[in-house]
Design a binder for this molecule. Structure first.
Ligand SMILES: N[C@@H](CCC(=O)N[C@@H](CS)C(=O)NCC(=O)O)C(=O)O
Length: 324
C-alpha cells in the first residue's frame, strides 16, 4: 500500500499518528463528468460526452467502491459500451497491479501518472478512464454511478432511474448516514490503531444497522417502495460484511445473517439479474486478508463463512423508476 509523491511511488501504510489512531479517507482528486451528448459543452473541460466505446473502467472485484460501478454497468446495460480491466486482488508494496502488463503498464499508479504526471496522493479504484484524451475522468465512485445512471440512456435505451429527482433529498440524507457509519464506518473500525478510534466507529455502525433493520421491516427499500442508488451503495458493503468485515475489521457485534430484514433484503438485491456475477468472494477475501498485513500478518485467508445468498428472500416486488 502506498502513494504517489513528487512523481514517484512511495510504499506507506495509512498514517494514523496525527489523528489519534483514526483512519481519514482522502478526497478523490479527479472529478470530471460524462454527460449526455445533448448536455455536452466543449468549453467545459471537466465535461465529457457520452459515447460508446470511449470510456474504460479500472476496477478491483474486492473493492466495495469499485463494485458500485460494476453494479451500475450491469443495471444500465452498459457492458458493450464501457469495457473494464480488473486489477489483481492482492495489493501490497506497489499498490494495485495489473496481472499481465497492460499497454506497458504494470501498476495502476502508472495510469495515474499518465493522466497527470504531477498527481500526488493515493492511487485508488475505481477509475473511469477516457481513451480519447488519455486521462482520468473520475476516481470517485459516487460520481461515476450517477454518470452511468443517466448519461448513456440515449445509447442504451435503458431509462431506469436510480436517482429520481423527487427522491433526491431523501436519498442524499440516507446516503450520508450510511456512508459515514457503514460504508466508511467498517474501514474506520478496521484501520483504527487505538481502542478509542475503533470503538468510536463500531458503535455508530451498529446503531445504523439496527436502524436499517427497523426501516426495512416497514418498507421495501431504503427510500420507500422504489429501488434506488442508496440501496446499491449499501449493498456492496453488506455483501462483504459477514465474509470480511465481521472478522478482519472486527465489526463483530452482530452478523448481517443475524438481522432478519437486512439479510433478506441483501439476498433480494444479490438475486437481481446480473448482480451475483459482479460479486467475487475469492477476490474479496484474498484482498482484505492478504493485503492488510498490519492487521493480518500471516496473510492466511479464512475458508468460511458458508453463505447462501440464493436462498429465497420472501420480500416483495422490485420496483424501479423509469423502467419500461
Ligand atoms: N472515494 C473513493 C474511494 C476509493 C477507495 O478508497 N478504493 C480503495 C479500494 S477499496 C483503494 O483503491 N485503496 C488504495 C489506497 O488507498 O491506497 C471512491 O468511492 O471511489
Amino acid at each position: 500500500m502506498g502513494l504517489l509523491q513528487q512523481g514517484r511511488w512511495v510504499d506507506h501504510w495509512y498514517d494514523t499518528s496525527a489523528t489519534g489512531g483514526a483512519f481519514k479517507r482522502q478526497d478523490s482528486a479527479f472529478r470530471g463528468h460524462v454527460v449526455a451528448r445533448e448536455h455536452y459543452q466543449a468549453a467545459d473541460t471537466n465535461s465529457y460526452p457520452a459515447e460508446s466505446g470511449r470510456y474504460h473502467l479500472y476496477v478491483s472485484l474486492a473493492c466495495p467502491w469499485a463494485h458500485r460501478t460494476l453494479v451500475f454497468r450491469v443495471l444500465k446495460e452498459l457492458e458493450s459500451h464501457i469495457d473494464i480491466t480488473v486489477v489483481e486482488p492482492i495489493m501490497l508494496e506497489n499498490g494495485w497491479e495489473f496481472g499481465v502488463p497492460l499497454d506497458d503498464m504494470q501498476f495502476l499508479y502508472e495510469l495515474y501518472l499518465r493522466a497527470d504526471p504531477t498527481y500526488e496522493g493515493r492511487v485508488t479504484v475505481p477509475v473511469l478512464w477516457d481513451k480519447q484524451t488519455q486521462t482520468i475522468v473520475s476516481n470517485e465512485s459516487a460520481d461515476i454511478i450517477r454518470m452511468l445512471n443517466k448519461a448513456f440512456d440515449e445509447l442504451t435505451g435503458n431509462t431506469q432511474d436510480f436517482y429520481p429527482e423527487d427522491l433526491r433529498t431523501e436519498i442524499d440524507e440516507v446516503n450520508e448516514r450510511i456512508y459515514n457509519t457503514v460504508n466508511n464506518g467498517v474501514y474506520k473500525a478496521g484501520f483504527a490503531t487505538t481502542q478509542e478510534a475503533y470503538e468510536a466507529a463500531v458503535y455508530p455502525l451498529f446503531d445504523t444497522l439496527d436502524w436499517l433493520e427497523e426501516r426495512l421491516s416497514q418498507q421495501a427499500f431504503l427510500v420507500g417502495d422504489y429501488l434506488t442508488e442508496a440501496d446499491w451503495r449499501l449493498f456492496t458493503t453488506l455483501v462483504r460484511f459477514d465474509a470480511v468485515y465481521f472478522g478482519h475489521f472486527k465489526t463483530n457485534i452482530r452478523r448481517i445473517q443475524d438481522y432478519t430484514n437486512i439479510s433478506a433484503y441483501l439476498r433480494q438485491l444479490y438475486q437481481v439479474p446480473g448482480i451475483a456475477d459482479t460479486v467475487n468472494f475469492d477476490h474479496i477475501k484474498q484482498h482484505y486478508y492478504a493485503s492488510h498485513t498490519m492487521i493480518n500478518p500471516t496473510q492466511v485467508v479464512p475458508v468460511g463463512p458458508a453463505l447462501d445468498l440464493f436462498a429465497p428472500h420472501g420480500r416483495g416486488k422490485l420496483l424501479v423508476r423509469g423502467a419500461k
